[in-house]
Write a protein that binds this ligand. Structure first.
Ligand code: ZN
Length: 439
């Protein structure tokens, strides 16, 4: 059981300014200043995806799901006569279960892209996709430590700011606004729009070759972004990759220019690279920049094979883990975390910067279909959770959705979301900077 405790403790120690040395035991040892009840269940010795029973218990007005406890009738923790604090619930096991992605590794469910589907998850089943339960568990642990040591335990800040925002842009399309937006316009009889888009394209400035437009929005926020470039243009099983050639002079020049302006360049691994290390590395080699991080195109993360592959290629971080079907907390945590290798039962050196919201999720026919006016009211509770726990909000906004020919009201929506964050005094960071401040 030690690896489970070590994994959870590693993350706990990154959240707070804790007493040092910290005396905390997993199991009731009768000695440690804080003791956390450890489950007698043999769940983690087996290969089952889901614990059999769950109980719910209130913590400061929020009903929390627990996976390894039998009754909600005890207090969260009590103090003994010697001053020791005993936590009566196995918060460690529940935290490990969600944070490590256990259900995805051991669950058989996959969609047509090999992705673990939202509808199979505990987050969908128990409706806590917008509640970072692991942060709640660790918050209870923080209170227990606070009581045992008689001191307030403060959260770590982001350059003095209460929470961070990581603005990211996957660059799939740079050349085809004239086709994707223009042709339907022509069909609807809007010859003028078609001609305008076609003319821009012929002049070498397709409406989606708009990275300066993205940069302009970032500059307004005094923020640097993280741009993930897709170095494969051949379709894969009939599914599109990039509409541009990353080795072309104009794209190489653009990548160097963006990098020199202080933004971060990452790799957008194409279809199939989540299980193909050689191909992923070949794509990385095409980028004229020092690439530390990756996000997979279509969020194609294979829960069984991808973590080890990212380690093999020495990536510092990945930022793929969010559900395309729903915004929120896929691993029930609003901070970066280290991926876990289940076969070898160890924590990997690779960080995950979990993805909270992808623009496409908001109105794709297969996903949520929110109108622009419905977006902020829907997102606000999730954002409030991130602010409450001093976490990181990671947003994916594709470049085409800054143009007039992408997501409806794409640019005003981006502005509305980011203005909200700015008003709440967020610290804008690139993904690499987020990792630098966490590790
Ligand atoms: Zn993509």
């Amino acid at each position: 059981m030690n690896i489970i405790f070590d994994y959870v403790l590693f993350h706990f120690q990154r959240l707070y300014h804790l007493p040092s040395p910290l005396e905390i035991g997993y199991g009731l040892d009768g000695r440690s200043r804080v003791q956390v009840t450890s489950t007698t269940s043999t769940f983690f010795e087996r290969q089952q995806a889901k614990p059999v029973q769950t109980v719910w218990k209130d913590w400061q007005g929020t009903n929390l799901t627990l996976f390894f406890d039998e009754t909600p009738d005890q207090p969260w923790f009590t103090q003994t006569e010697q001053g020791h604090v005993v936590v009566h619930y196995d918060l460690v096991a529940s935290a490990f279960y969600l944070l490590s992605g256990w259900q995805e590794f051991y669950g058989p469910e996959r969609d047509q892209f090999g992705r673990y589907p939202y509808k199979a998850s505990q987050q969908a089943r128990h409706r806590f996709i917008t509640k970072p339960l692991v942060n709640y568990y660790l918050d209870i642990l923080r209170e227990a430590v606070s009581l045992a040591y008689g001191q307030e335990i403060k959260p770590k800040l982001w350059h003095g700011k209460p929470f961070a925002t990581c603005l990211t842009h996957d660059i799939d399309f740079c050349q085809s606004a004239w086709k994707v937006a223009g042709k339907p316009a022509l069909k609807k009889g809007n010859l003028g729009l078609f001609l305008k888009l076609a003319q821009q394209k012929l002049a070498g400035k397709d409406a989606w070759f708009n990275l300066p437009q993205v940069e302009h929005e970032l500059t307004q926020l005094n923020a640097k972004g993280t741009f993930f470039f897709l170095p494969e243009s051949a379709p894969y099983d009939g599914h599109p990759n990039a509409d541009y050639d990353v080795l072309s002079q104009e794209i190489q020049k653009e990548i160097k220019r963006i990098s020199a302006a202080g933004h971060e360049i990452g790799l957008h691994g194409s279809h199939g690279t989540g299980t193909n290390a050689r191909q992923l590395q070949a794509e990385r080699d095409k980028l004229p920049a020092d690439v530390k991080g990756n996000r997979f195109h279509y969020l194609r993360f294979d829960p069984v094979k991808t973590p080890a592959l990212l380690e093999e290629l020495n990536f510092a971080y990945d930022s793929t883990l969010g559900f395309p079907e729903h915004f929120g907390f896929r691993n029930s945590y609003c901070h970066p975390f280290r991926l876990f290798n289940f076969k070898e039962r160890r924590m990997l050196p690779v960080w995950e910067v979990p993805l909270n919201l992808m623009d496409v999720t908001l109105n794709h026919p297969n996903y949520l279909q929110l109108s622009p006016a419905e977006v902020m009211p829907a997102l606000t509770p999730m954002l409030e959770e991130i602010i409450r726990f001093g976490g990181v909000f990671t947003l994916l906004w594709h470049n085409e959705n800054f143009s007039d020919y992408g997501l409806s009201a794409g640019r005003p929506l981006f502005q509305e979301i980011t203005r909200f964050l700015q008003n709440r005094e967020t610290c804008f960071l690139t993904a690499g900077e987020v990792i630098g401040l966490t590790e």
